[in-house]
Design a protein around this ligand. Structure first.
Ligand SMILES: Cc1ncc(COP(=O)(O)O)c(C=O)c1O
Length: 444
């Protein structure tokens, strides 16, 4: 309203004049805009409950067995709920193979393993994402190399990726961060130019599209999460997708004790086939099948709230949502925005404290750029500094100095505000409390 008034009187350039000492603000004891608690992202309905009971009543909570079982349709590949989920997932995403996992973390680890990555290899990753993305290469002895993100979108910057490529680069792990697709045109161009494999982390990006094509279907392997914070959820869970039959089999081997399977199966390419137990249960798979049926509705409910908040924030010049690419359809895990202190004239910290006192939950930053964590600063994951200290890895460009990714640091330490209120079952009315709180602070 304040901005509208300014614009009306030709005062577009008038600076915001905050008075955070005003007694009416909740931060100073005034009445907050909202007292009602915010709802959790719980999307489980009667259908999922019946499906879980169906799976329990079948008498088989899991049918997986870590052995080569060509005559048994279930043991190595899991039970009917797991296999039906995988078929339905493949049909939805129009891919040849879906391999369920017990988390997206497991999916990322298995993806690195399936691609045969190991000691002496480098994998380019984003520093501004979930920790498992950089951990995945290290599990197999490879070295994560951090490329910077774009300030406006928060996604891996293709120019920075290209700068980091060496003859050791084997893969780029691209995250469609916050549900906003990365620049897959440029990234796939780079992949082809340098013969590099691509893993797409779609944990936060169910149904997001780039050039009208689902993210997760551009690279070699796409990985989705079904944890409780995601658009569709089964408590914990994940799904990998691929069109490559050998990669699909390798993912299945890594999921399920593959070292005991490759011998009887006569599979020769045994590198990295240290099989884990990454198996999804029948109950989770049954619930996931129901969630998949609802993914469009859940996404469109979420997008309605996203568009409403974007519309309302349009007037607030110092809060700029991360930019969605023209060719993208983003699906928004959270609502990410940049706080521009030079326009606001107050710090992000003081603004967030004032907004949150009004009953809103704005989070300062997202995750610290990953290379700030002790594992990188001390170059120590396993005993004796492995994998960093491995002889094969000497010569990898392991630079984890603070300052290597200035955009990720600027976003995290100065600008980023994350808001989760765009998740159903919140409604448009709830969203209006956000803008009422911001306007109250601006007006006073
Ligand atoms: C970008 C990203 N990748 C991977 C993961 C790991 O997902 P999961 O919890 O299913 O292991 C998450 C979880 O928050 C994530 O946000």
């Amino acid at each position: 309203m304040f901005i509208t008034q300014c614009k009306q009187y030709g005062l577009q350039n008038m600076k915001y004049k905050f008075n955070l000492n005003n007694k009416s603000l909740a931060i100073n004891g005034g009445k907050p805009i909202r007292k009602k608690p915010w709802m959790d992202n719980f999307t489980i309905g009667e259908e999922e409950k019946s499906a879980a009971i169906r799976a329990i009543n079948s008498g088989y909570l899991s049918l997986f067995e870590g052995s080569h079982t060509p005559d048994n349709p279930f043991s190595f590949l899991g039970g009917p709920e797991v296999q039906s989920l995988e078929e339905e997932w493949s049909e939805y995403y129009q891919v040849k193979y879906s391999i369920s996992m017990n988390s997206a973390t497991s999916g990322l680890y298995a993806a690195i393993g399936a691609l045969g990555i190991g000691f002496g290899d480098e994998v380019i990753v984003s520093p501004y994402t979930m920790s498992a993305c950089a951990m995945a290469p290290m599990i197999y002895g490879a070295i994560p190399i951090f490329a910077d993100v774009e300030l406006e979108t928060g996604s891996l910057d293709p120019d920075s990726i290209e700068e980091k490529i060496t003859e050791r680069t084997k893969a780029i792990l691209v995250v469609h961060q916050f549900g906003l697709p990365a620049d897959m045109d440029r990234i796939m161009e780079i992949a082809v130019k340098y013969n590099i494999r691509i893993i797409e982390d779609c944990a936060q990006a169910h149904l997001a599209k780039f050039n009208d094509k689902f993210v997760g279907t551009f690279g070699d392997i796409g990985v989705f999460s079904l944890n409780v914070n995601k658009t569709i959820q089964t408590g914990e869970g994940g799904v990998c997708i691929t069109n490559n039959s050998d990669l699909a089999y390798r993912l299945q081997l890594i999921r399920n004790h593959g070292e005991a399977v490759v011998g009887p199966a006569g599979y020769e390419n045994i590198t990295n086939i240290c099989g884990f137990n990454y198996r999804l249960t029948e109950v989770q798979a049954a619930m996931a099948r129901e969630q998949l049926k609802k993914v469009e509705e859940l996404t469109s409910n979420r997008l309605e709230l996203v568009y409403e908040l974007s519309r309302l924030l349009d007037e607030v010049e110092f809060l700029v949502p991360l930019k969605e690419r023209k060719s993208a359809k983003s699906t928004y895990y959270v609502f990410p925005m940049r706080f521009l202190e030079e326009i606001a004239g107050i710090t992000r910290d003081s603004f967030i404290k004032a907004v949150n006192a009004e009953g809103i939950l704005f989070n300062q930053g997202y995750v610290k750029p990953l290379y700030y964590e002790p594992v990188y600063q001390k170059k120590q994951l396993f005993k004796n500094g492995y994998p960093f200290s491995a002889s094969e890895n000497q010569g990898c460009r392991m630079n984890y100095s603070k300052g290597i990714c200035p955009n990720a640091e600027k976003l995290h330490f100065d600008e980023m505000i994350i808001n989760e209120h765009i998740r159903p079952p919140q409604l448009k009315n709830d969203i209006s409390d956000i803008i009422k709180s911001i306007n109250k602070i601006i007006e006073y």
